[in-house]
Design a protein around this ligand. Sequence first.
Ligand SMILES: NC(=O)c1ccc[n+]([C@@H]2O[C@H](COP(=O)([O-])OP(=O)(O)OC[C@H]3O[C@@H](n4cnc5c(N)ncnc54)[C@H](O)[C@@H]3O)[C@@H](O)[C@H]2O)c1
Length: 275
Amino acid sequence: MQFEGKKGLIVGVANDHSIAWAIAQQILEGGGKCGFTHLPDRPDDEKKKNRRRVAKLTDKYEGAEFLLPMDANNDDDIRSIMEHTEKTFGKIDFLLHSIAFADRDDLGRETLHTSRNGFKIAMEASVFSLMAVTAAAEPILAPGGSVLTMTYYGGEKCVPGYNVMGVCKAALEASMRYLAFDMGARDVRVNALSAGPIRTLAGRAAGVEDMLQMYEHMAPLGRNVTHEEVGRTGAFLLSDNSSGITGEVLHVDGGYNAMGSPGRLLDEIKKSQSS
Ligand SMILES: NC(=O)c1ccc[n+]([C@@H]2O[C@H](COP(=O)([O-])OP(=O)(O)OC[C@H]3O[C@@H](n4cnc5c(N)ncnc54)[C@H](O)[C@@H]3O)[C@@H](O)[C@H]2O)c1
């Protein structure tokens, strides 16, 4: 029960496939208490689908203390979530930022042709949002606390198809390091978890199916990582067990990022050429 007595805020659960949910489950099952946000429903959506999808999950856990709408592009939303969080918990020990967004048209385009507006939209939702929520949470993050964001290898190297989101992840990782410096003075850590491809809503939009195949053939482990593996490492980075780690990008990708060649995929290419 490594989260006994710990409390925090989880931003980025859309449904049961969300990486944020995989991490939150580990925390809740480890005795922690969490507040959750969901993307606001459109006013004309009478069924309130965004809320319902998340409520279906959080309702099962006693440690899930609240579920409120928050658009990370809206400062009033962020402020009111932090006020509610403080009212509920006082200080918090962890903050998970697990959100990204880019317009489908821009994701599907060569990076070369990213639109000006699409670039701004993607950067604001996927990068500035980390600064916005961390700054808003700063007064209520307890000493020893931990902030975690989610990234992907396409921010380090060119992964064709990841396009503008790769540019966002590079900026996100740089932001994480600068925030780690600023928040280090407040005894709060800031890290990023770089996950291998996982089937989620955002993952599908970013071309996860092709990536899954590549990882199976190229990663040292010869397989893809699971939601649970990413969940466990995410929870580790948000827990006291990682108390000496900050400003870090920790890869949970079966070792894919360690490769400097296609590895076993090359053997398969050779085999297919000789047959
Ligand atoms: N799925 C993968 O293969 C993979 C791999 C590495 C990193 N990631 C990253 O993990 C994070 C979570 O994505 P996921 O794969 O769990 O998909 P997901 O679709 O389940 O989660 C993305 C979340 O972002 C939220 N979001 C988008 N715009 C928002 C806004 N303006 N305000 C508030 N919330 C907003 C969505 O509501 C959703 O909850 C993202 O940063 C993604 O880039 C995903």
